[in-house]
Design a protein around this ligand. Structure first.
Ligand code: OXD
Ligand code: MN
Length: 626
């Protein structure tokens, strides 16, 4: 008998031990035994994914007050209190073994010291609590995309959310070979009051990539606590680096083109910048809204969704702007709402939902009434800006039928987009793969949003929309992207989009629904069915093509004036952006590849030449058609 078996026998009931021991993997037993010794739970529950066990988790989340039922019986609400409402980037740290560095941009500390801190924070953290152990699979099961993940948590809300968001993996774990690579997630909410983590000043996420283990403590906000989401993404990026594929903060969706053809597209937008709403555009089908794995399979860029659900921002979801999401949230599909306002009759409301909200109810501050102030005298809004919904994908009318396809789907286009008031046009195509990787992916900037702590609306460098999760030096990550295409028979086309362009009065230049047209244009370009104008920064659509697409897909008249304003090349702003990006790389990214500087220089020269010929603001119609 190995040494951890005695710990397991002492702490697990016979029934739970039996469930665990049908999984033969010793590293699984060790992780559970070590956690028991560290966190000292009162009881341990092993979930075998049976209906009974899964239902037990949901019911216990309710019984413990971590969730409260809503008027629709398959819906619940969860609250995270006043101080635990977003990803805490400052307190998310990589534990780096001696002699290694991840570069100047990433938050890191010495592994040994970090592990000591983790032990301190987690010691005894599950006293008087039940510890839940769950098994999942990232990516479709039994596929080249599959990554087994074990989650230990003392939060039934976390265990329940993961049930909606991830593929169950108990049976999959039973089949794993002894040497399988497994991601290990350990979460504790710490001390609770009214089911909310109160020791948030000591919260943190520590990524021990050497052992494929992530620790999360004194927090319950899903972005910090759900091991399979961003915590696993950080490990997946390292695994992808070792194995030659890409783990990305991207949606995966299908756009239907002429003659019912389907073009799969992945899109990287920073949190809160339209990723979910793009993947839910009417007329298109969704494979995933947040995490895509992209592999070279026999020369074809092939992708799968790591997840099977959505943890979406609910602010501004309305029946008019997001009819598909709206219908799902009003149906009987299981859902967990978080940090919304709940009326006394159990109806959830959120900011900008297009309804008249009640003037009192329950929200993340407890009992709420209009005019309620926080400790600083600021108004507490009826719902948090980062309020969310958690749903599974399989119940959606627009789910793509390849969601569980172990073979994944062929990627036709890769899209990069940020919250950008004044530089990029609504849509453009890069000249080639390297131009797209460098001047779009690696040059992405975006205004910060409520998905992370700190002020919103500040323009930040957000390379590949993945800066919060990149776990290898940035130059290496860029080089991996450049190399990825070299052994593909045909690389996907790369596009950038910008839904957040504004005029000088701060008004948005495009409508929320217009993104459908940008995607339909990309479909045409992927298949060589549309010409384009060649600007210094990329290929842009012809007015006539957009006019037709607006008519066909949105029944809207698109005018030449709109086109000229939206697709105007704003040279001074674009040059300033190139300078900012170059400075960022020169100052902070010592391993940036030379090609990055070369392509930035080329783009600058093209812009300056166009400026000399046509001035600062250049009408799209001057550029030649190709
Ligand atoms: C998310 C995020 O929740 O990126 O997906 O913050
Ligand atoms: Mn995300």
């Amino acid at each position: 008998m190995n040494e951890y078996m005695s710990v397991l026998e002492a702490h697990l009931t016979d029934a739970n031990l039996r469930k665990l021991l049908t999984i033969p993997n010793k590293s699984v037993h060790k992780f559970i035994a070590d956690t028991i010794e560290l966190c000292d739970p009162m009881k341990v529950f092993i979930c075998d994914d049976s209906r009974m066990d899964v239902e037990y988790i949901r019911k216990t989340a309710i019984a413990r007050g971590e969730e409260t039922p809503l008027a629709i019986p398959t819906h619940t609400v969860h609250f995270d209190g006043l101080h635990d409402q977003a990803r805490d980037k400052e307190q998310t740290t990589y534990l780096v073994p001696e002699g290694e560095t991840l570069g100047d941009q990433l938050n890191q500390m010495d592994r040994k010291k970090g592990l000591e801190k983790v032990q301190e924070r987690l010691k005894g953290s599950m006293e008087n609590k039940k510890m839940v152990v769950r098994f999942f699979c990232l990516g479709p099961r039994d596929s080249v995309f599959s990554i087994p993940v074990i989650q230990i948590t003392d939060s039934f809300y976390v265990a329940h959310s993961e049930d909606l968001l991830y593929r169950r993996g108990y049976d999959y774990f039973r089949r794993l070979p002894e040497d399988a690579e497994i991601f290990q997630m350990l979460h504790s909410s710490g001390k609770l009051m009214h089911s909310v983590s109160i020791d948030w000043q000591n919260r943190g996420v520590a990524i021990d990539y050497k052992e494929n283990t992530v620790y999360s403590f004194n927090t319950q906000y899903a972005g910090n606590s759900i091991g399979l989401k961003k915590l696993s993404l950080r490990l997946a990026i390292r695994k992808a680096d070792r194995e030659g594929w890409l783990a990305e903060h991207m949606f995966l969706m299908s756009v239907q083109g002429p003659n019912e053809r389907k073009t799969y597209m992945t899109g990287a937008f920073p949190s809160g910048c339209g990723k979910t709403s793009t993947s839910m555009i009417p007329g298109c089908t969704i494979v995933g809204d947040d995490l895509a794995y992209i592999k070279n399979i026999e020369g074809v860029a092939t992708a799968a969704n790591a997840e099977r659900g959505i943890f979406g921002i609910i602010r501004s979801v309305s029946s008019k702007g997001d009819p598909v999401i709206w219908a799902v949230l009003n149906s009987h599909e299981p859902a967990i709402f978080s940090n919304v306002l709940v009326s006394y009759d159990g109806i959830p409301y959120w900011l900008e939902d297009g309804r008249d909200a009640p003037n009192r109810g329950i929200n993340f501050s407890g009992d709420w009434f209009e005019g309620k102030k926080d400790a600083n005298g600021e108004d507490i809004p009826l719902a948090h800006k980062n309020a969310r919904y958690t749903i599974g994908l399989e119940g959606l009318p627009n789910v793509d039928k390849t969601l569980e396809d172990p073979n994944g789907v062929e990627v036709g286009a890769v899209i990069y987009g940020g919250r950008d008031a004044d530089t990029w046009v609504p849509v453009q195509q890069s000249f080639d793969w390297a131009h797209g990787v460098i001047t779009m992916g690696a040059s992405l900037e975006s205004e910060s949003t409520a998905a992370t702590l700190g002020p919103s609306g500040i323009r930040k460098f957000q390379a590949f929309s993945n800066m919060d999760f990149i776990s290898i030096p940035l130059g290496k990550y860029i080089q991996n992207h450049l190399d990825f295409a070299s052994s593909l028979t045909e690389a996907p086309k790369i596009f950038s989009v910008n839904y957040f362009q504004r005029d000088e009065n701060g008004q948005f230049l495009t409508d929320k629904a217009d993104k459908r047209v940008w995607l339909q244009w990309m479909d045409l370009r992927v298949h060589g069915d549309a010409k384009a104008r060649k600007t210094p920064t990329g290929f842009i659509p012809l007015f006539e093509d957009l006019q037709n697409l607006f008519r066909e897909h949105l029944e809207k008249e698109y005018s030449q004036d709109q086109y000229e304003e939206q697709f105007m090349i704003r040279v001074p702003e674009l040059l300033a952006k190139l300078d900012r990006i170059e400075k960022e790389y020169r100052d902070y990214v010592s391993d940036a590849p030379d090609i990055l500087y070369n392509l930035i220089d080329d783009q600058r020269s093209r812009l300056i030449q166009a400026q000399t010929e046509y001035g600062d603001c250049i009408k799209p119609s001057v550029f030649s058609i190709e």
